[in-house]
Design a protein around this ligand. Sequence first.
Ligand code: TLP
Length: 346
Amino acid sequence: MEPMDATDPRDPIDLRSDTVTKPSPAMREAMAGAEVGDDVYGEDPTLNRLQERAAELVGKSAALFVPSGTMANQVAIRSWTRPGDAILVGKGAHVFMYESGGAAALSGAQPVVIGEDGLFDADDVREGIFPPDDHYARTRLVCVENTHNGSGGRVFPLERQLEIAAVAREAGLRVHLDGARLFNAAAATGRTVAELAAPCDSVSFCLSKGLGAPVGSLVCGDAEFVRRAHRYRKMFGGGMRQAGVLAAAGLFALEHNVKRLDDDHANARRFAEGMRQLPGVEGVREPETNIVLFRVPDLVGFVAGARARGVLINAIGPGVLRAVFHLDVHREDVDRALVVLGEVLQ
Ligand code: TLP
């Protein structure tokens, strides 16, 4: 049984990211008991099971386990492009902002930022595609992010994804979905991850965020795409050996930690509601999933004051703070965090 009690009041409340979750005792038990083999030989039965399960869940024919969401995105970009190609990305996209310039360094891809807020539409794609003239890079790929981290975990509407995919297909482009938090998008919309991934040629999702596994992401698509991704995973140093211990955590996460994402969304809404009442707090939008963005007058002082009182929060952009809700933050912690942050703002 998973322990359901609140965090020890002496533990810090860590709202920096949903990446900070620690494997539960039951997840650790599953990891310890995993049957393993050498995955570079394709012989890890637990990992093979995870890949099959992931492909089935997202409705693609194949899936590949990689150590991180960053590697999942980067092998996808490398698999769909050649050096000198252009890729269309939304404002604040993780693949553009937070992957150490990987698209340029590893794929020689030239990102073109489209749209205003990360949730771009079909017209933005149409306008972003370079003409087929040899002055221009060849536009090859559109990257969609769902949920969109930089704008506060917003859901990329499925209708838009469908329209984008239609424009992309007409222009001979592929669509990659950075679904690091795709299960949060599914929980928020009541749709399945397969429905949300259907318009896209490839999709990545992370086990190591809201799903609570310590390591791992999947990148999924058709068999030919995954064959190429497999090669680039090796090239990028992501070929692992007895990775079944990690895959066991992933399988456990998919079985036990998906339904509870609604709790994180409820906690995010509770936090947003509380923050709106505090003096000096601005820009609190109603959260769609597990992320709340806000502004305060003295960001540096606020972060330091909160940390000194046991609440950890990060900035994600100039003047913008981000609080992220996950399985190690209980409802009592939300209330305790609100009291502490209220004191810091006094
Ligand atoms: N995002 C991290 C930071 O890098 C910002 C976080 O704390 O949210 N896609 C999206 C949309 C992401 O938010 C992240 C992680 C990734 C990909 C990369 O995943 P990892 O950290 O596993 O490489």
